[in-house]
Design a protein around this ligand. Structure first.
Ligand code: PHE
Length: 455
């Protein structure tokens, strides 16, 4: 057995945790989730979810990792024996699946960073993405051969992840985050400043922030807020347990959790402002309303944004390159955290070296990800993402908090552990959030999902 790795510094750990949390989800997912769910009014359920589920679970996961010093399966094993290990493996399985398509989106962003300089997408940005870049098959489900233009950047993304992960926790993950995260913040602030100074930016911001208070009575808005917080903070996917298992003995858990949670939300807010300012510009240019130009997910980043970039006055190529580079940086720091869950899991379970676990784990994820680089890739990606988001997130979060609070009855032990080493102390309120509020909301979310999808 190799000696267990450790973060070099507290700031290094925080950078890594923030690097994991701040990802593709913050830049393209948050803006439209907020917009679709009541705009300014969404901030109420969002803050509620952050404070009752996001940060409390982050504190819990940091405590688990710090206390048991193991990957997610090993930590659950040490918590409650053989019968609990599967909870960790489930998180790892979901992480594994996410990593296979997450890498593909980073690969597209990489291509678009370069395309930005000469606005290569032309006038028909949709046609360019689906035809020239993805070479999309006509039928969903048709695999139809690898698309070389996607395979090459995809292998590059995996090569970068591979090198970082192989170098280890301190010299790889920590170092990469210490370089990438500050760079990302500087670049992204420049992007947002440019976006808010565009013509029509105010219209976009008004669309994002104008509260539709009637939405607050709609339970789907609350469910969306909880779902987003889980995704955005990388909780319940075995990720934060793994990262905190490398914390030194003397570490302030609650403080780190608050910093991570607020930093992530701050970035998300910034992304919302930048994206909607740009959409306001687009709406003004085309004489449409913001809701006509605001689309979700892939379409927003790779169809609407290129269009906006083309229409921007002055230095637009540079703006585009910086925007897509932010996606790449935010994506890679999250991707390595997702991969680290299975690297740690495999190396401990099979007692193999980190090097072997990286080769085996990242290697197999890379091979599977090639499926998304085929002509049918986008359909598979949509399907995988849909299932992970619809069922993975709620189910896994529910099982984790429910088992820990009601079956293993460990909250008291964790509370004592966290309080012993942290400045901010947790208590009754924290336990209520985890044992009652979060399971109720997630339980409702599951029932609702089954109702909508199956019945
Ligand atoms: N939290 C990151 C994001 O917002 C990465 C991540 C995505 C983590 C999905 C877990 C699951 O993109």
């Amino acid at each position: 057995m190799e000696q267990r790795s450790q973060w070099g510094t507290r700031a290094g750990f925080i950078m890594a945790a923030v690097g994991s949390a701040v990802g593709l989800g913050n830049i393209w997912r948050f803006p439209y989730v907020a917009y679709e769910n009541g705009g300014g009014a969404f901030f109420i359920p969002y803050l509620f979810a952050l404070l009752t589920a996001g940060i409390p679970i982050l504190i819990m996961e940091f405590t688990i990792g710090h206390k048991y010093r193991g990957s997610a399966p090993l930590s659950f094993f040490r918590m409650k024996g053989k019968g609990a290990e599967w909870i960790g493996w489930w998180g790892i399985f979901v992480s594994f699946v996410i990593s296979t398509y997450y890498a593909v989106i980073i690969a597209w962003a990489m291509k678009y960073t370069i395309y930005s300089f000469n606005l290569k997408w032309g006038d028909d940005t949709g046609g360019f993405l689906f035809g020239d870049v993805l070479n999309l098959a006509d039928n969903p489900g048709e695999v139809g051969g690898l698309v070389p233009g996607v395979v090459v950047p995809l292998l590059l993304v995996w090569a970068i992840a591979f090198v970082i992960l192989l170098a280890g926790v301190k010299r790889g993950i920590e170092l990469a985050n210490r370089i990438f995260i500050p760079t990302l913040i500087v670049i992204f602030i420049m992007v947002v400043i440019r976006a808010v100074t565009l013509d029509g930016a105010a219209i976009g911001l008004e669309a994002l922030f104008k509260p539709d208070l009637s939405k607050l009575a709609d339970s789907t808005v609350w469910v969306a807020a909880y779902g987003h917080i889980f995704f955005s903070l990388s909780i319940a996917f075995a990720i934060m347990i793994t990262y905190s298992s490398y914390l030194p003995k003397k570490s302030d858990i609650t403080n780190n959790a608050f910093i991570t949670g607020f930093a992530n939300s701050g970035f998300e807010l910034l992304a919302g402002i930048g994206v909607f300012a740009a959409l306001g510009f687009m709406a003004t240019q085309s004489g449409q309303s913001v809701s006509e130009v605001a689309t979700a997910g892939v379409g927003l980043a790779f169809v609407v944004f290129p269009k906006i970039i083309s229409e921007m006055p002055g230095m637009n190529g540079l703006f585009g390159a910086l925007f897509f580079l932010s996606l790449v940086l935010a994506g890679i720091t999250s991707l390595i955290s997702i991969c680290e869950t299975y690297i740690a899991g495999f190396s401990e379970k099979f007692n193999i070296s980190r090097t072997k676990a990286v080769i085996f784990g990242v290697g197999s994820a890379a091979i599977i990800s090639l499926l998304f680089a085929t002509r049918g890739g986008l359909y598979f990606l949509d399907t995988a993402d849909y299932f992970i988001n619809q069922f993975g997130v709620a189910a896994i979060g529910l099982i984790e908090v429910f088992m820990i609070s009601w079956v293993f009855r460990k909250l008291g032990v964790f509370e004592a552990h966290a309080n012993e080493i942290s400045d901010i102390r947790v208590g009754m309120l924290w336990r209520v959030c985890l044992s009652i509020i979060t399971p109720l909301v997630l339980g409702y979310m599951m029932i609702d999902l089954f109702r909508v999808n199956i019945m």
